[in-house]
Design a protein around this ligand. Sequence first.
Ligand SMILES: NC(=O)c1ccc[n+]([C@@H]2O[C@H](COP(=O)([O-])OP(=O)(O)OC[C@H]3O[C@@H](n4cnc5c(N)ncnc54)[C@H](OP(=O)(O)O)[C@@H]3O)[C@@H](O)[C@H]2O)c1
Length: 179
Amino acid sequence: MSRRKKIFKKIFSTIRILELELDSGRCRSIGVSNFLECDLECLAETASLAPHVNQCEFHPLQNPTELRRYCAEEGIQFQGYCPLGKGLLLGEPEVLEASRRLRVTPAQVLIRWSAQSGAVTIPKSTRPGRVAENAAVLGERFALDEAAMAAMDGMHLTRPSKKLVKRDRVTSITLVIEN
Ligand SMILES: NC(=O)c1ccc[n+]([C@@H]2O[C@H](COP(=O)([O-])OP(=O)(O)OC[C@H]3O[C@@H](n4cnc5c(N)ncnc54)[C@H](OP(=O)(O)O)[C@@H]3O)[C@@H](O)[C@H]2O)c1
């Protein structure tokens, strides 16, 4: 059996156990991470339900549109990690242009783009001021306009993809347990 098949066999048997926890009411939701469409399709063959969440790298230079479409169709919430590209996207021209024009910070532009694209976004900062800055654009008061969304949507089409987290397709699973 190939290494990948072995890993997935283990993951799928773990998910089966989580499904039993879900049935018992002790677990509220099941999340997977770094699953591609083929992984989710494979999981669908054995699991009794689709995972609630799939957490994957997501920012303007790593935009897996087919996977996002698949997740939307299957009712799986797409959650995007590294929305700031680990801070490396803060100086991109499209981000700076929207930031200046809309009078928000570059980090806020990127976070808002993720959220407006339909992803649950999880920026990380070790600085309380930045955590507040990052959270401030997730409410109803601010939205990127069509021009900014289109400019950011186009970024991955005009330059090489920037995948920041290298993974050998090894995936992880999370669960949310009732308190
Ligand atoms: N499931 C997975 O395989 C996986 C893989 C990678 C990451 N993740 C998760 O995704 C989350 C975010 O990922 P990440 O931390 O790698 O990337 P990120 O959120 O894109 O970027 C974090 C970087 O941006 C800086 N930053 C944050 N807010 C800022 C702001 N307002 N202005 C300027 N710089 C700012 C941070 O520095 P300071 O701390 O100095 O502010 C840090 O260097 C984490 O919770 C991580 O655990 C999951």
